[in-house]
Design a protein around this ligand. Sequence first.
Ligand SMILES: Cc1cc2nc3c(=O)[nH]c(=O)nc-3n(C[C@H](O)[C@H](O)[C@H](O)COP(=O)(O)O)c2cc1C
Length: 138
Amino acid sequence: MPLQHLAYISVAAPGIGQADIERILEQSRRNNASRDISGHLQCHGGLFFQILEGPGTALDELLARLGNDPRHADMRLLFREPLQRRQFADWSMGYGPCVAGDAGTHAAERLRRLRDTAPCGTQRALNLFLSLMTEADA
Ligand SMILES: Cc1cc2nc3c(=O)[nH]c(=O)nc-3n(C[C@H](O)[C@H](O)[C@H](O)COP(=O)(O)O)c2cc1C
């Protein structure tokens, strides 16, 4: 089954906290490992930013579940396209950064700008995703 990857940005439901995120990660890791899905989740100032990689049918099924999940809303797909080689192969679901406060607000502004232009193109979305990861490491 050919691989695809996609990214979306969504708005976390009011009151979503660390315990909810832990639960999301636990569900994601369990399900994704058994469905050959890999990926990474970030959150910034109340926005989720997720990259998913895997067989197209598994991604379709996951998108349907995500679309019905009340823990977030207003999912905006940034790109979806065929993938040669996974970027997050080591992760059934990697996590972070997850930033609140001023830094989170600043990153969320960047996400909002990207989201407003969705579908924004693969490279632009990946560049922002990777640069937010790198900035958090710095
Ligand atoms: C931001 C966000 C990201 C999620 N990512 C995944 C994911 O990668 N894989 C997954 O199986 N579920 C993910 N979920 C949870 C699904 O929406 C759904 O609740 C879950 O797959 C149900 O699985 P279960 O019935 O096995 O508990 C995510 C939910 C949210 C809010």
